[in-house]
Design a protein around this ligand. Structure first.
Ligand SMILES: Nc1ncnc2c1ncn2[C@@H]1O[C@H](COP(=O)(O)OP(=O)(O)O)[C@@H](O)[C@H]1O
Ligand SMILES: N[C@@H](CCC(=O)OP(=O)(O)O)C(=O)O
Length: 259
């Protein structure tokens, strides 16, 4: 399928962006993100949303359960939470007169050949119809064979797949800091080159089960990897109002990664 000339951005939303301190989904945040995507759409900029949050969303409904195996628990939480989360997205996009779609994937779907072609056709088909794809790892099936490191990896693979102009990774801090963001004296790093070594700034996040995977270490690796492929990438705070629009408008927001 022919790729349109419209600008494309991939926006990844981490679990902790979508939840409050009690690990409950916060609807106004979903609304805020969709509103920004709707504004971009009016400017002829096409977005692909990569949304985490199915596991925490399912855990909120199922609660403490009797399933001992951690992997099975994740499958169950995610299977319950994914449609719950999608209902919010679907209704909110609908309120803005827009269409959205769910694309669940495993890492295998990005393997060269027929798998990859299949993914390309799916994304190109949706984008050509002005439908916003909302992707997540297929947590119910990926567990046995091909898991992503986390959704940051899925986001960068999608960005590459669709030839995105920009990748925006939204998390619960303002960007990459030179230490733990909560520690005294640490500062945000505004610009990072693809080949800079910054691993020594990464700290443990101390987050629990279902509160996301990967951490800032994987975000840094993914952001630099995407930048090296000439996809300008940002790590920024998803709870900040207009964060996506400000980035697209070139304002000084978050940490910017370039080649
Ligand atoms: N140098 C650093 N700069 C920013 N955040 C860091 C750093 N080191 C560790 N972190 C932690 O990484 C967390 C973000 O990663 P993660 O929890 O995986 O987010 P998400 O759920 O959005 O994918 C932050 O909340 C923070 O606690
Ligand atoms: N697929 C999982 C999210 C896994 C993940 O990468 O989480 P996060 O680090 O918060 O982006 C879910 O929907 O809960």
């Amino acid at each position: 399928m022919e790729k349109s000339e419209k600008k494309r951005i991939v926006i990844k939303v981490g679990t902790n962006v979508l939840t409050n301190k009690d690990n409950r989904l916060v609807r106004p945040i979903i609304h805020q993100i969709v509103k920004q995507i709707a504004e971009l759409y009016e400017q002829d900029i096409l977005s692909v949303l990569i949304s985490s949050g199915s596991v925490i969303s399912g855990k909120e409904v199922v609660g403490s359960c009797n399933i001992k195996d951690k992997a099975t628990r994740r499958q169950v939480f995610s299977s319950v939470g994914q449609p719950r989360m999608m209902r919010q997205y679907y209704e909110t996009f609908h309120d803005y007169g827009m269409k959205c779609a769910q694309v669940l994937a495993t890492k295998r779907d990005f393997n060269p050949g027929v798998w990859r072609e299949n993914m390309i056709n799916c994304y190109e088909g949706l984008l050509s119809e002005g439908i916003i794809p909302i992707a997540n790892e297929d947590d119910a099936t990926s567990v046995s064979h091909s898991m992503f490191t986390d959704n940051d990896e899925l986001a960068s693979l999608v960005a590459e797949l669709i030839g995105a102009d920009m990748l925006i990774i939204l998390t619960d801090t303002h960007g990459l800091y030179n230490g733990h963001p909560d520690d005294d004296g640490t500062k945000i790093i505004r610009e990072v080159k693809a080949d800079e070594r910054l691993d020594h700034y990464i700290r443990e996040s101390g987050k629990g089960e279902a509160e996301g995977r990967g951490g800032m270490g994987s975000k840094l690796k993914i952001a630099q990897g995407a930048a090296a492929k000439d996809i300008t990438t940002y790590i920024a705070n998803g709870k900040r109002e207009r964060v996506i629009l400000d980035i697209v408008e070139g304002k000084r927001v978050g940490t910017k990664f370039t080649s």
